[in-house]
Structure formats: structure tokens, C-alpha cells
Design a protein around this ligand. Structure first.
Ligand code: MN
Length: 131
């Protein structure tokens, strides 16, 4: 079974690109278009990582992060924020709020997966023996 990554993102182009890139590297992307949908999916899906757009309609990424961090199942799941240039001043806030890292938009297809690699290595190594 391929490890799942929950991606909470309202931008279809980013969803498409990230799904394409991660699929090529053996991950299954579980998409959520809103924070509420993401939290719902998080409650019933086993994921190795969460990608979280901060600028979401309605409930924003910070609120989603708070909810996810309250869920015991997410104690050891890395959460990586996807931030736009407009949010440069909020990076410290993003990390202080409990994100393990952030990746800047626009997403660079050539470096995206390796940027995620540092957050994936610990969790994915356990399932490598499964084949
Ligand atoms: Mn957005």
C-alpha cells in the first residue's frame, strides 16, 4: 500500500502538480479543498504527512493546524505549510504554531519532492520493507 499524503489546498493547479509529482515518487495524495474537509479526512485516513496551504477559504491554515495538532493520531505526523510570498512575515508564526516546515509557492517541480524528503525520511523508512 502506498503511503498517503493529505494535501489541503484550494488551488487546483497546485493540487494537480503536487499530486503528479508525489504519485511519480510512490505516494498517494489525498486531496482536500477546504480546511473542514481536510480535518474530516484526517480523522479517518492514515497519512505519513500533511501538506497545508495556509490561505484557504473559510477556515484558514492556522485554524486547520490547531485542529490537527489536537488530534492524538497526528502527534508524530509532520505538517508542512505551503506559503505564498505574501506570507513571508508569517513564517515564524507558522513554525511556532506547530508546522514542521514550509515550502514556498510557486512550487518548484524540480525541487519539491526533495524539499519534502527531510520530513518524510523518518516516517517512510518503516514501511520500506513491505515491498
Ligand atoms: Mn490557497
Amino acid at each position: 500500500m502506498r503511503p498517503k499524503i493529505l494535501y489541503i489546498e484550494d488551488n487546483e493547479q497546485n493540487l494537480y502538480l503536487v499530486t503528479f509529482l508525489l504519485d511519480k515518487h510512490g505516494y498517494e495524495v489525498v486531496p482536500a479543498r477546504t480546511g473542514a474537509e481536510g480535518i474530516d479526512l484526517a480523522g479517518r485516513t492514515e497519512v505519513v504527512l500533511v501538506l497545508l496551504d495556509i490561505q484557504l477559504p473559510g477556515m484558514d491554515g492556522f485554524e486547520v493546524l490547531d485542529e490537527l495538532r489536537r488530534m492524538a493520531a497526528f502527534d508524530n505526523v509532520p505538517i508542512v505549510a505551503i506559503t505564498s510570498h505574501a506570507m513571508v512575515g508569517d513564517r515564524e508564526r507558522i513554525l511556532a504554531a506547530g508546522c514542521n516546515g514550509y515550502i514556498e509557492k510557486p512550487i518548484n517541480p524540480r525541487t519539491f519532492v526533495s524539499q519534502l524528503g527531510q520530513h518524510l525520511s523518518r516516517d517512510s523508512s518503516e514501511s520500506e520493507g513491505g515491498q
